[in-house]
Design a protein around this ligand. Structure first.
Ligand code: GYE
Length: 333
């Protein structure tokens, strides 16, 4: 709305003014409230989204890093409203507690685009478009990969001890992946969950949690880590304990960042379930279409994602794993 007014104002004032001020006056401003910088996934996501906006002619980015704090994000959203940005891109660090501020965004008629983690009030608010991972599917695929791999190794007649390292408590990604992990376990009764706790999606906390589990649990056969960063932190803890990651403990991560591909190729991780951070390619045509007056329904768009491991050929829901070594060179994040 504000943008249209600015454009009208410019045309009333005439051609000379338009030529002198077309870049700053008519720019489409896009506020992006990002949650922080906890993982390789997040870095790739920030870089991709920011570059897509900054490289687009006539678009201006207003970026805010919430440093994992909901109050910082609420402050950022308030600032976007005060500044009168034209669009708001939003990823919430946790799922709940956004009702009031997002209702204010709606009242101010700023089109809202939900990205990555979808807030739990999504069905009570208006949004122009939404893109995010299918977290329950990713969680199911993690367990299905482990179950099918163990069957292929002939290990389904023994009890297999599994530890589940969860992401940031209360985030959409943690809630969805945990729900998926637990649902898929029902199909693999030989997988026994012996520990389950949060590593907050960071390498450091993943390492610390694995260290403590290695001291308190006698026999860990499998680590399911809800992101690759925590898996990679755990790899360090496993090595430090004198065990061989990828052999003594089978490790499946999530995200499919390049560092996980390298670990799989080196034999230190076994698989990673893809969750793409590359939303720039979705956002650009969406904002262009919204600028042209098009509208979208409230469907949440999930990108197509794969599964990568050491050998390939393991069947999980909706796809078959691909050998990481074959595609590592094409990995862009
Ligand atoms: O898996 C993790 C990141 O919300 C999908 O957040 C995202 C998750 C991702 O910190 O690495």
């Amino acid at each position: 709305m504000k943008n249209i007014m600015k454009k009208l104002l410019v045309s009333v004032l005439g051609v000379t003014v338009l030529a002198a001020s077309s870049v700053s006056v008519s720019a489409v401003t896009i506020g992006f409230s990002q949650i922080g910088q906890e993982s390789d996934w997040r870095t790739a996501n920030t870089d991709d989204v920011c570059a897509a906006i900054e490289n687009h002619e006539g678009w201006e980015l207003v970026y805010s890093d919430g440093q994992q704090k909901q109050e910082n994000q609420i402050q950022a959203l308030n600032n976007f409203i005060t500044q009168g940005v034209d669009y708001i891109l939003f990823t919430g660090v946790v799922s709940s507690g956004w009702d009031e501020i997002l209702a204010e965004v709606n009242e101010n008629e700023i089109p809202l685009i939900l990205l990555d983690r979808i807030p739990d009030c999504a069905d009570k608010i208006d949004y122009a478009a939404a893109f995010g991972g299918d977290f329950p599917l990713e969680g199911r695929r993690q367990i299905q990969w482990v179950g099918e791999y163990m069957k292929a190794q002939g290990r389904d007649s023994e009890d297999v001890n599994v530890v589940i390292m969860e992401g940031t408590t209360g985030s959409d990604a943690q809630v969805g992946r945990t729900e998926g992990n637990l649902a898929a376990l029902e199909d693999y009764p030989f997988l026994k969950v012996v520990e389950q706790n949060t590593g907050n999606f960071t390498r450091a906390e993943g390492q610390a949690l694995m260290e403590s589990w290695l001291k308190s649990v006698d026999d860990i056969d499998v680590l399911v880590a809800q992101n690759d960063d925590m898996a990679l932190g755990a790899v360090d803890a496993i090595k430090a304990a004198g065990l061989v990651p990828g052999e003594d403990i089978i490790i499946v991560g999530c995200d499919s960042v390049k560092a996980a591909f390298e670990a799989i190729v080196a034999g230190e991780m076994n698989a990673t379930i893809e969750c793409t951070p590359l939303y720039g390619a979705f956002l650009v045509p969406t904002i262009e279409a919204l600028e042209a007056g098009e509208t979208f329904d409230k469907e949440i768009i999930h990108p197509e994602e794969g599964v990568f491991d050491a050998e390939g050929g393991i069947e999980v829901e909706g796809t078959v794993s691909v050998k990481a070594a074959d595609v590592i060179d094409e990995r862009v994040y």
